[in-house]
Write a protein that binds this ligand. Structure first.
Ligand code: 16G
Length: 303
């Protein structure tokens, strides 16, 4: 088995959040992804209006149901938003105007659009303070991850009790300046025995030195490497589309939002991330395999 990537917004010139997504485009993205050693992924839909998100989820499901090779590669859909923190820094690349509090009704609309293919939902626990939507999703077999959040420890614990089992790209989607001791990174690391935690290991989202520290704080079976790839993945520097936004990929490979205050996804494959972990952090191959293959595959298997 090759890599399993739980967060892919697009690949090889194809934006999974595009409004004109065709089955042929999804097929092309999957072909290139497989040539980069990614066997399975979750296609990721980010925050927009509920109508736009539902339409995008449906288009991806149309492609999955139309083509067996796509169905083998796209194991389902990761819905990242719209129940995220609207605060500066925490919202990251998600449009604040469309961010909203979690409700079972909206969660149900997203799941209905996914026709059984939604596997993972990332939300901010403070947007679901009693954990009602988290529990409702968990009871339907959906993996619920926290992300784009400044949840307090109490809010994290309520969410964990309601079924929260993951945290999405720790170290990102928080302001660059935070209180030195009580911040979301520290709070989540304090719960690392109870949450699978994903990291974007491109060296831009988190400097490799800091990533090395984080990795030492998380149990081996709870570390997951994700690409958060966008349409730029597998291509060079330039301007690329992400859900109607322009993303600028610099010569060094970093993918910036137009305002350049935050990243907007990633142009680096999991394959390259594995290589960086091996060469820059001197991590043994077997451990990298656990983080890029065994752990994400186990989560998809519902274990
Ligand atoms: C697909 C996409 O847009 N992903 C970005 C991610 O790349 C970025 O890290 C984060 C916040 O930005 P920050 O890391 O600069 O805080 O927002 C979004 O999740």
């Amino acid at each position: 088995m090759n890599h399993v990537d739980l967060q892919v917004n697009g690949y090889a010139g194809v934006d999974f959040n595009g409004n004109e997504l065709s089955t042929e485009q999804v097929q092309h993205a999957c072909d290139v992804m497989r040539s980069h050693d990614v066997d399975r992924c979750l296609a990721t839909v980010i925050t927009d209006s509920m109508d736009a998100m539902c339409a995008r989820i449906s288009r991806i499901v149309d492609a999955i149901e139309a083509d067996s090779d796509i169905a083998k590669t796209i194991a389902g859909i990761h819905v990242e938003g719209p129940f995220l923190s609207p605060l500066d820094g925490y919202a990251g690349a998600h449009p604040k105007s469309e961010i909203r509090a979690a409700t079972i009704e909206d969660a149900g609309r997203l799941l209905d659009a996914g026709r059984g293919h939604v596997r993972l939902v990332t939300l901010a626990p403070e947007q679901d303070p009693d954990g009602v939507t988290t529990r409702w999703l968990h009871d339907r077999g959906i993996i619920v991850a926290a992300g784009h959040t400044n949840a307090s420890l109490d809010e994290l614990d309520v969410a964990i009790d309601a079924g929260l089992s993951m945290f999405t790209h720790l170290g990102n989607a928080c302001p660059s300046q935070v209180p030195r001791h009580d911040n979301i990174v520290q709070r989540v690391l304090s719960r690392a025995s109870r949450l699978s935690i994903s990291f974007i290991a491109d060296g831009f989202h988190i400097p490799m030195m800091a990533l090395g520290n984080y990795l030492q704080c998380v149990p081996e079976e709870n570390i997951v490497i994700v690409s958060d790839a966008i349409s730029a993945a597998g291509l060079g520097p330039g301007t690329y589309a992400l859900a109607g936004q322009n993303v600028h990929v610099d010569a060094d490979g970093a993918a910036w939002a137009e305002c350049r205050t935050h990243f907007a996804g990633c142009a680096t494959s999991v394959q390259t991330m594995a290589e960086k972990l091996r060469t820059e952090l001197k991590i043994e191959e077997a451990r990298i395999r656990t983080w890029t293959r065994t752990n994400p595959a186990r989560l998809l298997a519902g274990k």
